[in-house]
Write a protein that binds this ligand. Structure first.
Ligand code: CA
Length: 222
């Protein structure tokens, strides 16, 4: 999951980034409204955390413009105390939810989980395909009863594949959802990650789950 944080107060922005990275999200930060808008309209994010009072372009305008351009990434507004009017404006402009600063980090995480959950699915922290399961909250991967240890990026990669199970995902999509803007990851690197993941979740078992779709990308399915 990749999140864009648009917040002009560096201290707050950086502490959110750090906290989210510890939860294995890939995070980009924009410190001005126009940088935020540019990133939001060109990169592939799963969620935007958007402050309202920003230099150059405020959060409400960003919301409006993104929605006008049919960019439907979930938006969680961060508002300062006493900006009730702004909250209403923000929701009317197409934001999905808001939080008042200062907020508890646990609540922020819960709201992010709620907003990035696929619409219509029940609260489900365990994803599965065939006999492979991935527990997002416990950070646990199992095939049958056997526990499998993955690195943080391998975990994120597997999570992305299972979230899109039976669907082909391209290397570019994988890069866009798992690495942040500064990471500079090449498509070849994805092959290395897939190979390592296969060695752990497929090779020791009879039935391989990760399929390579030549010229397109990968698909996990059972
Ligand atoms: Ca601000």
């Amino acid at each position: 999951m990749r999140i864009l944080v648009v917040e002009d107060e560096h201290r707050i922005a950086n502490s959110i980034k750090k906290g989210l990275e510890q939860e294995r999200y890939a995070v980009d930060v924009a410190y001005t409204g126009s940088d935020g808008y540019d990133l939001a309209s060109t990169e592939d994010y799963d969620l935007i955390l958007l402050d309202i009072m920003l230099p150059e372009m405020n959060g409400i305008e960003i919301c409006k413009n993104l929605r006008k351009n049919k960019i439907n990434i979930p938006i969680l507004l961060l508002t300062a105390k006493g900006q009730t009017e702004d909250k209403v404006k923000g929701l009317d402009a197409g934001a999905d939810d808001y939080m008042t600063k200062p907020f508890s980090f646990d609540e922020l995480l819960a709201r992010i989980r709620a907003l990035t959950r696929r619409k219509g699915t029940v609260v489900n922290t365990i994803l599965s395909v065939s006999d492979l399961s991935l527990d997002k909250k416990q950070y646990l991967v199992k095939r049958g009863n056997k526990e499998i240890k993955l690195s943080s990026k391998e975990f994120s990669l597997l999570e992305y594949l299972i979230t899109n199970k039976n669907t082909i995902v391209t290397k570019d999509q994988i890069i866009a959802h798992i690495w942040d803007y500064d990471a500079d990851i090449l498509p070849n690197t994805i092959e290395v990650y897939i190979k390592n993941l296969r060695n752990k979740i497929d090779k020791p078992f009879k039935k391989p789950l990760i399929n390579t779709v030549r010229g397109f990308g990968y698909r996990i399915g059972g």
